[in-house]
Design a protein around this ligand. Sequence first.
Ligand SMILES: [Zn+2]
Length: 352
Amino acid sequence: MLLVRKVDGPATARVGDRVTYRATEFNRINPTEDEKRGINWLIECEGEAFRHETNVGDVFTLEITDILVGKTIVAKPFANQPSSAVSVFTLIQPEPKQRLREQWGTIQTEFADILIENVAGFSEQELVGRIRSLADELDDLIDSIGPIERDEEDDQDPELTPPEARRLAIIVGHTLHRQGAAALPPIDQNEYPFNTEIARRMELAAANHGMVARTFFRDGVGIQGAYQNAVAFDPDSIIELHFNAAENPAARGTETLYGDVNPDSRRLAELVQNSMVSVFGRSRSGNRGIKVRQPGDRGFASVTAAPTVPSVLVEPFFGSNAGECRLAHEKAVEYAEGLVDALVKFTNLSEH
Ligand SMILES: [Zn+2]
């Protein structure tokens, strides 16, 4: 009797694929087609028989339908008895939508946990921070599947970009559809349009230093996508632009967030924070300092998205504070130029 010794098949597949399994080695060399016709197949899904067919031959094809999403199937060709020794595993990969549903579920659970823990005594401020961070995650989840309406602009003239030039990646926080916090007059804009303008000014300032700055957006690609695009630009540093907001209209100050995934991010954060403190003339209370982000903290996803590049996220002022908005409006150009000065200083210092 012809026995199967080995079977081949794909390690992964997606819904809609036609997967082919093939018996490739037997107890005899060169069996006849007639002998091969006697091969039976058992397909298991999550340990249970899913398909069982006799006299199929050495090739078995299977349509992957959506009931198999996220599951592992095992194909076993056999003569008498199916055996794990002659089997192949295929993981049916989740569809993007399925993955999003799972992520959404995780965030919901986290949200519920925070509310429950609050009973045990989160401070109000911690609670607000946690919930804002979750809201950002949800926004980002939606952004990552959203349509891209922005023109794919590439206004860098390659002839003006010497290959050895230092490079700066700017990421504008939030998206066209969810523009982030609002700033009071005279700014009277949300984070997204305000920081798009700051990014343009930074590009000009960088050019004056012989540095190439390029701006990246989260629209349609989410935080991860924006950082991936930024990393592909091969920058020396990445800065994400925001501004702060709070219920309390008196809340004020400048802070810079960073992650500990890149050892140089802290030094970059210090330079950037010093620049903003100087531009805005921050006294001790207005200097909220540099803050390393932990999982669950607002901004964590951003400052840890590109571990290979020093990255910071800036919160220069509070849009919810009228005095802060007057100050930021007045100092907007200096602010943009000051950020670039700090980034130039950073890259020059890190030159080998
Ligand atoms: Zn923001």
